[in-house]
Design a protein around this ligand. Structure first.
Ligand code: NMX
Ligand code: MLT
Length: 454
């Protein structure tokens, strides 16, 4: 695990404030665009809403704005305009590692600029100076029954720190709307810096006989996380890859949307992120990666630990569907092709664990499941999403307690959603409050051939 270079305090604060200065510059350049859109072009129509969208989870309704990432249904995610391979190639790498500093990705998501190595190191130092988790958080975690789900613990730990919110204090004291982004940025950075230790503590307390490992301040975020989890190299790179891949998926997904929604009330980042994490804990969202692993284990169990034949696997897939369950890790609300996050992890597996039976099984599923889902005829997207591949890598490197997988997703997702809410406050995005209608109204408008919009 690579050490983060030493820096003097003076140098560090100069470079860290460089991120905030850059952010302010970007915010000031962006604000007039939003003002113009609302004031001069606000009534221009960009979408329409149909009854099935109204009942069907607002699917595809264009009514959210974010510049942190964009999800094209065919191509998949771009972070700040860059594809996943472009992002990995552009960001500065940790010495001796194949993946970039997670801290560099934070800078990139926040500003849209690729940081220099110096800037990435400064963020790593800044995170370390904010990383100490208040003692009471561990007390909260320890007070919970040990069989509590790790996501419940993770969410509770985050919201328990709400008393630390600088945004809440500054808001209570009175501050200008144009200043909101500053304490929001501070809260978000303070939270992000602490999440790896909180997650690792939950893991070691719950699954490793209550043996937490102290943080190592010489290490970068990914390296330190691997160290606190108790996993040797190359798990540090697995952590970096995993956190960056899961960071953002535009803003309509449930974790991002829930975080944004709660923050739109001017709730602080602690309340908002905890809400987003609660959304991530659903089996149709982040919990799917845990479901994939338990489902794969069932395949092995039913077949006495050996790889299935294609016929056996087809039967298992059909049995899953016929029992009324979904095939976990397949399908997507927006994507209509194989998720590039799946591809990125598949390439990692091909390089690092090509002969691992579980990886072979995942590849067999990839070969068979899309056709079966097409034949089943329900899922709009028969291709795998990020969750279909991620648990296998964790399992290979020794993290077999799959109840914990969604916490890993949560640490990664925090990078994106916290960046989003910083920008929400910077651009003065409004309280989110869509209008609801009744079933009677829908039936009336349906009979009339549509609602008359004046
Ligand atoms: N297996 C079986 N049926 C499926 C699947 C699947 N993998 N995906 C969608 N369907 C069904 C879905 O349940 C729905 O059935 P019904 O009409 O009976 O309600 C029908 O196909 C139409 O659903 P879609 O419009 O294709 O999907 P939607 O946008 O509603 O939901 C997911 C998207 C991701 C929730 C859905 O594909 C799913 O349940 N996938 C399995 C769970 C999963 O992998 N979730 C992780 C998503 C990614 N993440 O990390 O958050
Ligand atoms: C995500 O990463 O949030 C998932 O793929 C779900 C989504 O985008 O809706």
């Amino acid at each position: 695990m690579a050490p983060v270079a030493e820096k003097t305090d003076e140098r560090r604060s100069a470079t860290v404030s460089n991120l905030k200065a850059k952010l302010l510059e970007k915010i000031q350049a962006h604000r007039p665009r939003i003002t113009k859109l609302v004031k001069e072009q606000g009534k221009i129509v960009i979408d329409q809403v149909t009854i099935d969208q109204c009942i069907g989870g607002a699917r595809d309704v264009r009514c959210l704005v974010t510049d942190i990432s964009y999800l094209d249904p065919q191509e998949g995610i771009r972070f700040r305009g860059k594809t996943i391979p472009e992002t990995f190639a552009a960001l500065p790498k940790v010495p001796g590692s194949e993946y970039p500093y997670v801290e560099a990705h934070w800078f990139f998501l926040m500003t849209g600029d690729v940081p220099t190595k110096e800037e990435a190191l400064a963020i790593a130092e800044d995170f370390k100076s904010r990383a100490q988790v208040p003692r009471y958080v561990f007390d909260v975690l320890r007070a919970m029954p040990r069989d509590t789900h790790p996501m419940t613990m993770f969410s509770a730990a985050i919201v328990s720190m709400q008393r630390e919110s600088l945004f809440a204090k500054r808001y209570a004291a009175g501050m200008k709307k144009t200043e909101y982004w500053d304490p929001m940025y501070e809260d978000c950075t303070n939270i992000m810096a602490k999440l790896p230790e909180i997650a690792a503590y939950i893991y070691r307390m719950k699954f490793k006989g209550d043996t937490p490992i102290a943080s190592d301040p010489k290490l970068d975020l990914g390296g330190n996380f691997a160290h606190m989890m108790g996993f040797p190299k190359p798990y540090d790179d697995v952590a970096r890859m995993y956190f960056i891949l899961h960071s953002d998926h535009e803003s309509g997904n449930v974790s991002a949307h829930a975080t944004h929604l709660v923050a739109s009330t001017l709730s602080d980042a602690y309340f908002a992120l905890s809400a987003g994490i609660n959304g991530l804990a659903g089996p149709l969202h982040g919990l799917a990666n845990q479901e994939v692993l338990s489902w794969i284990q069932d395949v092995f169990k039913q077949l006495g630990g050996k790889l299935p034949t294609e016929e056996e696997l087809k039967k298992f897939l059909w049995d899953t569907l016929n029992s009324g369950k979904v095939i976990p890790g397949y399908g997507h609300a927006v994507l209509r092709k194989t998720d590039p996050r799946y591809v990125s992890q598949m390439e990692f597996c091909q390089k690092n664990l090509p002969d691992y039976p579980m990886f072979k099984l995942v590849n067999m599923i990839y070969k068979l499941a899309p056709d079966i889902l097409r034949e089943h005829g329900k899922a709009k997207n028969p291709w795998p999403n990020v969750d279909a591949q991620s648990g296998v890598i964790q399992w290979y490197y020794g993290l077999t307690e799959y109840d914990f997988y969604t916490v890993l997703f949560g640490v990664g997702r925090a990078l994106g959603v916290l960046t989003n809410i910083t920008w929400d406050r910077a651009l003065g995005y409004a309280l989110e409050r869509p209008k609801s209608v009744t079933t009677d109204m829908l039936e009336k408008w349906a009979a009339e051939g549509g609602r008359k919009v004046s």
